[in-house]
Design a protein around this ligand. Structure first.
Ligand SMILES: [Zn+2]
Length: 150
């Protein structure tokens, strides 16, 4: 089950982030050296994309960016564009889903979207690899943060 606290304020789903899945599956113990992260929200990470540029996020005045009067701001749009193009995720779409249907619905939708057909765990949004059952695929990738054929 995707964890609610792993939906970042910007709408990023950390449940499918490479650094989170690497940590969750302890891939370093299997000889794969990649960054580890427990998720933007659990870490209270100073988000490179938005937080350092946003007083509302720094001060914790909004739980999610869609609660901001400027939603979606220029920085979020830029991030969203990059993620739609490279990583098959739209932060803005995720936040609209939360706003319209609640976080529970988003979590169900995300779990279906990212489910590994082999083992049922989540595949990584940054490369489409399942770190639970297909970790060896990482070794053949030239770039860790790209899907195959891209
Ligand atoms: Zn799998």
């Amino acid at each position: 089950m995707h964890k609610r606290e792993l939906i970042a304020p910007c709408g990023m789903n950390c449940n499918v982030c490479s650094a989170y899945l690497a940590c969750l599956n302890d891939v370093r113990s299997k000889g794969i050296r990649v960054p580890y992260c427990t998720g933007c929200r659990p870490r209270d990470k100073k988000c490179a994309f938005l937080k350092k540029r946003c007083a509302l996020l720094i001060e914790g005045k909004v739980e999610y960016c869609h609660q901001c009067p400027n939603f979606p701001c220029r920085n979020l749009k830029h991030l969203d564009e990059r993620y739609r193009k490279l990583y098959r995720m739209s932060m803005i779409d995720n936040l609209k889903c939360i706003r319209q249907n609640g976080i529970g619905r988003l979590l169900v939708r995300e779990e279906e979207k990212w489910r590994c057909p082999e083992c049922g765990e989540a595949v990584c949004c940054h490369n489409g690899i399942c770190y639970n059952c297909s970790l060896e695929k990482i070794k053949s990738r030239k770039k860790l943060y790209r899907w195959e054929d891209e």
